[in-house]
Design a binder for this molecule. Sequence first.
Ligand code: C2E
Ligand code: MG
Ligand code: MG
Length: 577
Amino acid sequence: MNDPMRQTENPHQNRQQWYAKQVLNSLMEAVAVTDSNLRFLYINPAFTKVTNYTWEDVFSGTFEGWTQVMKDAAHLAPSLNMAEGQWDGEVWLNRKGSGPVPVRLRARQIETTRGTAPQFIWTFQDITDHKNMEHNLHVRMERDPLTGLLNRSTFQRQLEHAAAKLANGTRSVGLLFLDIDRFKNINDSLGYQAGDEIMHLLARRLMLCQGPDDLIARMGGDEFALFLEREHEEALWSAIQHVLSVLKEPVHVQQQELFVTTSAGVTVCTPEHRDVTAWIELTDAAMYQAKDLGGDTCVVSGQDAHRVARDRMQLETKLRKALMNAEFVLYYQPQVSIASGKITGFEVLLRWMNPELGMVLPSAFIPLAEETGMIVAIGEWVLRTACCQLKTWLDKGLGPLRVAVNLSARQFQQDNLVDMVKAILTEVQLPAEYLELEITESAAMYNVQPALKTLQALRNLGVRISIDDFGTGYSSLSYLKKFPIQTLKIDQSFVRDIPGDSDGASIAKSVIMLAHGLKLNVIAEGVEWPEQFVFLKEHQCNECQGYYFGHPMPAHEAHRLLETQALSHFILPAGPH
Ligand code: C2E
Ligand code: MG
Ligand code: MG
């Protein structure tokens, strides 16, 4: 009969036993041997390390953890099929003096001679670290690591689940997709860390809006998705409004205050049509529509959202080829001195002549060009072409004259803008003072410190800077004073109804006074009628631009106009008309 404890006379066998003992003592795994009544016959030192129970504890039967292990094991494997001679599983073990830990437990029946009661070897290992890792991995697979929000696939899965649970007509549910406008600019100008900080901040704000049944996800890059469930439609709309308003609050990163805007798409989902894929497509299309409108807006999806999304894709494909196919043309709109009636310059306005679409106005493609980054290459082409054209006119003795080129927000935040402008002026041999760059207040105010640096660098080149559409953005007077600008352009919305509309008239008047106080040149945009012109003249506006003097026109027409200076007859003597 085999007695495992018996020393033998055989030295080779003794050595083997000695080694076996060393191995058992050095194992990290807890090992125990029990009889068939689960009474302990042996434990190794790791057993005490894992369980905190000593040999005395287990031998005297005070090993409470063991009973729990057995219960768990029995629960997990009801048969605890020792008949098969083995069992493997994960159970909870109550350590002495502390809480339960997960362990991987293996039981093996020891081969004994017939007639003897079976004995078992138990090995178990603390798998807390492994479990934590598994949990983290699980969380990571479900959540976006940066914001802790759900990720796209989990959102979609949970949305399906939430949709399936919806009872007809009892709750109001909506899907809201949000895309941060020009987020790439933030990354480009402030670095990815600032970009990450902003995403994190915005995610926190969204979480604070979260109701008990809502889902919030980061769908990737700069996109968030919310599924909102409320008692009734009014509450749903107020929740959507609330989300949009908290995102409008300025964000503070790297000691800077930024105003982030979003393009939002909304679908009010009907539980009667629980097609989650259709909800998502509709909301996505609405969001893209909001982007096409220039961002900072919310579009509620309607019947035509799909068509809009498709049209947008087709437009993008065509726009990508436009530069290569030489489909862009510059139009020139005269800017006229009120005092002399002479053309002081031209604003350059881009037109896209597409063989299928005909002439496309900037409002239909500039937002898309901005969004896709195509504006950078297009803008460079505009600048070079405009400078070349002006140089030709100057060389023909048609000056002095300046050309005003619009810069979009994205171009303005381009790292190499100043170098690009400098290179083009050198290449074309155009003195910098003949070039005026028009930027909007919002482009300049988007991120004030770098904007100030860029404006100063452009100014150092000798280029003139003008603030376009003044009065429609932040109109921050303190920044206006700091910016090295030469011209303010009164937005056409204030010119449209003068002198009839007293609000528009007093704003126009105030902007003129403000500009003069700051020693700036002031141009009124959108002047269409003699009455507007007379009013502006009376209030000492310096220059006018608008259909009254001429629509934007191709270069050859502008050339003819310059040669004839055929505008002076518009300059009426001041007085009632
Ligand atoms: P903007 O710079 O404020 O240009 C003035 C807009 O008003 C032009 O529209 C012009 O055609 C229009 N306009 C001029 N006079 C009158 C008038 O008397 N009445 C009315 N109702 N409108 C008048 P357009 O050409 O459609 O351009 C729209 C905007 O697109 C521009 O606004 C500018 O922000 C942008 N844009 C145009 N060309 C370029 C470009 O080359 N690059 C960039 N980045 N933006 C451009
Ligand atoms: Mg302009
Ligand atoms: Mg303007």
